[in-house]
Design a protein around this ligand. Structure first.
Ligand code: M6R
Length: 608
């Protein structure tokens, strides 16, 4: 979704801003723009569509500027258009604002400002911020921003410049990330560290209700009460920001193929083999509380929700906890009784998903222990939770989540081991899980070596318009996630279902044009899966099964089978999802879809 970047220093600002915008592209956007000040003139360039178009628009214009702000917009208020793109400006056209988030009371503020003769040109909520700042401006930009944000209800990460004020950028954050980059006599602010990582590895994460003022000789940080804050500068290594495709055609394919390493990264240094337990440094501060909770509610969205669904089965298998799993967007509106004996676990790749953030804020208010599994270090969810575990999987650029899903499953298993070993789980049971986990990366490699076979099957089915995905028990979430992968990148209708539910409705869809992907490994549910497959075959439905080599009956009744290695049932879904990711990828490629940036989707969903 929307992205912000900004620069204040002694180099030409535009190339740095454009490079930042390109590095924000993976988040999904529909227009882009920047504002720079050249000799006290506010120059705004915007365009609908790609950053490349913006670059073309700028080409040929002679602009000399060493500070400015820039933005990629994902439309919320008003259609994607040049007028609605950011930066937005005020009546004097001296103030420029870029904004991530949503201003809930913008209509009320707009009416008030119109009465004071302000003229609005866009449909955005952001334009209100520019006019409010104009209204409060009295030669002091910082003061005007502070006074203006007092009036805002909603979420915002903003960056503001004024053409009369040389080399000053004011940024502020509430509910939407802002990171400050500290370079040599140059300073940056962005909503995502990727945007500024080529220029500096030294960063400061602002918290909610904090603001920063950047100029060419330094920066300072304050809270909204106008009190100066001392904040630690964190230094990140090169690896945390590696975002090239390494020769793969798409980021998604690269990320699928990275899974042996990202799975290993998720458990490396986190298991104590001779005790049959895991060691999760991030949970140590809350270990006593963790031991005393009797219920865990997992909240998340999309792929992270399916990881949570599977996490429920894993935790129920290894611990004595009562586990619920809830979509974050529903959880926050329920009438819930939470207390300190309940843990709420947020799972999120980006750590910025608005629904998940809102859900854990609600849980915090009610006194639950807040835990997180997050990939992006320093993200909002990582900041709000009491404790948590990072994926350490490197940036995931493809909008379709792949390597983070399998990494989330590994971490959920480690959490279950940790909690379970304080409860009934024996050393022997714990060791069996660890032994199986250590073999997973090699088994994923085996599947990836079969990519060409999977591609052949995918091409055979690439023209169908509808698919059903079914699985039972641990593989019911796999069916949901497999279907999500196909629909989001290929725009084919795909429904994931628990196989037992099929006869309660979806089976009426089945005919020779509606293939089913059956996740049917050699486990306790295999006989039931076989009878579901037979019911589909009886209605002329085609079957593609994901199964193990010893499941002869499944292979015999399937039209096509993808064979994956076998592991213990709680870990089998990590192996089963890999061919489904590839299946979706090859179909989408065959159909000529924009795989890394599917239409209408954003990598980080920062609006509710
Ligand atoms: O960053 P998060 O894990 O919180 O994101 C949640 C969903 O938006 C995300 O998983 C989405 O469903 C992906 N596009 C799925 O591939």
């Amino acid at each position: 979704m929307c992205g912000i970047t900004s620069y204040c220093g002694n180099k030409q600002a535009i190339p740095i801003l454009i490079e930042g915008l390109k590095r924000l592209e993976y988040r999904g956007y529909d227009s882009a723009g920047f504002a720079v000040i050249d000799n006290k003139k506010n120059i705004i360039v915007k365009s609908q569509g790609k950053v490349l178009k913006l670059e073309e628009k700028k080409a040929g214009k002679k602009i000399d500027s060493t500070f400015g702000i820039a933005h990629t917009r994902w439309a919320t208020h008003g259609e994607p258009s040049e007028i609605n793109a950011h930066p937005q400006t005020d009546c004097t056209k001296k103030i420029s604002v870029v904004h991530n988030g949503i201003i809930e009371n913008y209509l009320e503020l707009k009416e008030e400002l119109i009465k004071k003769d302000h003229k609005f040109v866009s449909e955005t909520d952001t334009e209100v911020i520019a006019h409010l700042i104009e209204e409060n401006f009295n030669e002091d930009l910082e003061d005007a921003v502070l006074k203006s944000i007092e009036r805002l209800i909603g979420t915002f990460g903003i960056a503001v410049i004024h053409s009369d004020i040389d080399h000053k950028i004011v940024v502020a954050k509430r509910g939407s990330p802002i990171i400050i980059g500290v370079g040599e006599n140059e300073f940056f602010a962005a909503s995502d560290s990727n945007a500024i990582s080529p220029f500096t590895k030294k960063m400061i994460y602002l918290r909610d209700d904090e603001m920063a003022v950047l100029n060419s000789d330094g920066y300072y940080i304050k809270n909204f009460k106008n009190e100066i804050l001392e904040k630690e500068i964190e230094t990140f290594d090169e690896v945390s920001f590696k975002t090239d495709k390494k020769g793969y055609e798409h980021f998604m394919l690269k990320e699928i193929f990275e899974q042996p390493e990202t799975i290993e990264n998720a458990f490396r240094g986190r298991i104590i083999e001779n005790e049959g337990v895991s060691k999760l440094g991030g949970l140590i501060p809350v270990l006593d509380r963790l031991k005393s909770i009797n219920k865990l509610i997992i909240v998340s969205c999309g792929t992270s929700y399916y990881a949570g669904l599977l996490g429920r089965y894993i935790l129920e298998n290894l611990t004595e906890l009562n586990v619920e799993c809830e979509l974050a967007s529903e959880f926050r509106y329920r009438r819930l009784k939470l207390d300190e004996n309940i843990g709420v676990l947020a799972i999120s790749q980006s750590g910025e998903t608005a629904d998940t953030l809102a859900a854990i804020k609600e849980a915090k208010r009610k006194g639950a222990l807040l835990l997180g599994i997050v990939n992006v270090v320093g993200s909002s969810i990582a900041q709000i939770t009491d404790a948590g575990v990072y994926n350490f999987a490197g940036p995931e650029i493809g909008v379709a989540s792949t390597k983070i899903y399998t990494s989330q499953l590994v971490i959920l298993t480690l959490m279950a081991l940790l909690i379970g070993r304080y409860q009934g789980l024996s050393y022997y049971e714990g060791s069996q899980v660890i032994c199986a986990l250590k073999n997973i990366p090699d088994k994923v490699r085996e599947i990836l070596n079969d990519a060409d076979k999977i591609k052949k099957i995918a091409l055979k089915y690439s023209k169908y318009r509808d698919f059903l995905y079914i699985g039972r028990l641990y593989n019911y979430p796999t069916a949901m996630e497999g279907a999500l992968k196909l629909k989001e990148i290929s725009y084919i209708h795909a429904e994931g279902y628990p196989a037992g539910e099929m006869k309660h409705g979806p089976i009426s869809l089945i005919d020779e044009n509606f293939p089913t992907v059956a996740i049917a490994p050699d486990d306790s549910a295999i006989d039931k899966m076989i009878s579901n497959i037979q019911q589909i075959k009886a209605r002329k439905g085609k079957i593609i099964s994901i199964t193990n080599k010893d499941a002869k009956k499944v292979i015999d009744i399937s039209n096509d089978s993808i064979i994956v290695p076998k592991t213990i049932p709680i870990l089998q879904p990590i192996l089963n999802i890999v061919p489904l990711q590839l299946f979706a990828y090859y179909i989408a490629k065959q159909r000529g879809c924009n795989i890394d940036k599917p239409r209408n989707l954003a990598k980080s969903v920062t609006v509710e």
